[in-house]
Design a protein around this ligand. Sequence first.
Ligand code: GRG
Length: 300
Amino acid sequence: MYDFAADSADCARAVEAGLSEYLTGARLSGPGPAADRVIAAMRHGSLEGGKRLRPLLVRQAAAIFSVPREQALPAGLAVEMIHCYSLIHDDLPAMDDDDLRRGRPTVHKAFDEATAILAGDALLTEAFALLANPGTHPDAEVRIRLVAELAAGSGTGGMVGGQMRDIEGEKGGFTEAEIAVMQAMKTGALIRASVRMGALIGGADARALSALTAYAEAAGRAFQLADDILDVTATPETMGKATGKDAEAGKQTVVARLGLEGAREMLDRTVSEAVSALRTFGPRADGLRATARYFASREK
Ligand code: GRG
């Protein structure tokens, strides 16, 4: 029987070790010590913390096609590097201006703003270098598809575009549908990319990829709903960051519109939608099912 706690803990350990090995001066520096500071900042922003949910999704989607977990790890590390870069940049004074992330000082607080910008840039760049490396997948065509998938999830049609819309939306006047699109881009797109990358590593056919995409889109909405709920229910201790910021900023979240109970009901329905999309896969998709359910119950 699938054990979510054991699999997610094992994945988090593998991601920590993998990132720690990848983000070293020996691997990343050019000639001379100039990169030491930025590498230290990259390590600060990506090691020791985080739930590592996106690499877990890569691993679980690949598991449907019997891909061993080690073979799904490099793509998972690449997605996690993109995620960590986005958090480093999101915490900057020009964006959310946060002092704490994962219970520790944000990168611009521990270093300085210029170094934090460069650390984010470097994580973004090195993520794609890792995907292009033959060690990630022996088939160059699959590697190209992984690069394209991650670029689509993280670029202007995905996470960056969503963040831009979010900033524009703060001026007000977004419709409910526009908010849904913004959230699907800002947080959903990387979750979608994670699942699809696992499927691509496993050689999924078009039908399987389409079912997994439907799962991922519903799971992404569930993740965002849970995040909106936690924004009003969690404490700084459980989250390791300031909470209630979205609510205080008067953001038009589902919680603001439907109330806490309404948002929780919608979350349950969205998790069921994600789980139903996996009906053709049998027990090999139990990992993805468990993660969707975890989104509804998580406390941080
Ligand atoms: C700055 C390019 C750029 C993008 C920022 C993802 C993002 C876009 C901003 C993060 C702000 C935020 C709190 C978004 C809500 C959802 C989210 C991504 C939460 C953090 O993800 P978790 O819960 O974090 O997976 P951990 O720390 O577990 O990795």
